[in-house]
Design a binder for this molecule. Structure first.
Ligand code: ZN
Length: 99
């Protein structure tokens, strides 16, 4: 039996599915906001960082629901300051920055 050489396929792009903490839908990670609780601390950061992560759709509905239900606090098991939600709100509505 001839040895079949598997061609070395390029790795799939690193865009795994992640679950939105608000609507529970699965989406490619690149389409979600990422909120991170820095490992070993209570600090919360956005986008980049090592630690426990929570993801949210880039939609006003999901953001509002997440804020009302404190979804990030639940997912990250620490209190998430309202500035985090404010920051995401401003990304949705850049005009708010002008006020
Ligand atoms: Zn969502």
């Amino acid at each position: 039996m001839p040895l079949i050489m598997t061609p070395s396929l390029p790795l799939p792009s690193p865009d795994p599915l992640r679950r939105c903490v608000s609507c529970r839908g699965l989406f490619p990670r690149s389409q979600l906001w990422r909120v991170i609780r820095i490992a070993g601390s209570e600090d919360i950061t956005l986008d980049q960082g090592m630690g426990r992560s929570a993801y949210l759709c880039r939609q006003a509905d999901c953001l509002q629901h997440a804020r009302r239900k404190q979804r990030f606090s639940q997912a990250l098991k620490t209190s998430v300051p309202s500035q985090v939600y404010d920051e995401l709100e401003q990304r949705l509505n850049p005009k708010l920055l002008l006020s």
